[in-house]
Design a protein around this ligand. Sequence first.
Ligand code: FUB
Length: 321
Amino acid sequence: MFTPRPLLPVRFAFTLLALLGLSSTRAANPIITDVHTADPAALVHGGRVYLYAGQDEAPDNKSDYRMNRWLCYSSDDMVSWTPHGSPLAATDFKWAKGSAWASQVVEHQGKFYFFATVEHATVKGMSIGVAVSDSPTGPFVDARGSALVTNDMTTDVKIWWDDIDPTVFIDDDSQAYLYWGNTKCRWAKLTPDLLHLDGPIHTVEEFKRFTEAPWLHKRKGIYYLTYSTDFPEKTTYATSDSPTGPWKLHGIINEIAGNCNTNHHAIITFKGRDYFIYHNGAIQPHGGSYRRSVCIDYLHYNPDGSIQRVVMTSEGVSAVR
Ligand code: FUB
């Protein structure tokens, strides 16, 4: 059985430098090297960043996603990451048969809600479930006992993987919105308990080259919907003065990530700096599109609110206090 190999010489060198008091205060990309991690989502809570990622477990000779569970890490400086193990597995949803694809965790009224893509056991295709915990590190338990979104709810797209990649945004007025999709970008309001769709499913008709991986956030009154476009994927963005659009399309913010055909991302602000969290296939000899690794670089906004193109680096970000 294939086990991802840590970069032992690199680890050893960092340990030696740390012992000598010479260690870098930069994270170095990818930030996790002992396992393969993909589809990052992040949550800022209580002075820490909580990072959630699916674990890529495909053997070297397989070109498909083997993802059984999510992993959680946290940091108070964006450089030192504490592993918290796996807070949730795909089959913790009893109605699911596996595939721990992309997720996002949000805080709401003192609890933490884990929106997750999994393959449904009885409704053909991918679906979205929601699990809940009192802690950002879990363990999370299925909050509904059934899927929130199933493939048969969006029949105009004839593929089994179009109901994936949930992103949840709770606005200042407490209204929560769920965006998701592949090929077409969907959205719906959520009920105040976050456990049900509250109204119809809409499609963002402006997005003609939407692939997947939406992420919705708000900054200084502007709503940003960032998402993967084309294939291999780049990350692009759109803005609006409303969480429901209409959306004005802008350009690319992240180019094709190294050695990887997907480009799943999260955007956060932490201790006054903005971060773009993504994955690539950089770790060798095993890395690639099905053995991905999470990376972090800075995100920069211009004074008018537009976003500069991300510079993907090997050095990563510096420690923030
Ligand atoms: O990891 C499985 C799928 O690949 C995700 O759901 C997509 O966003 C893409 O990264």
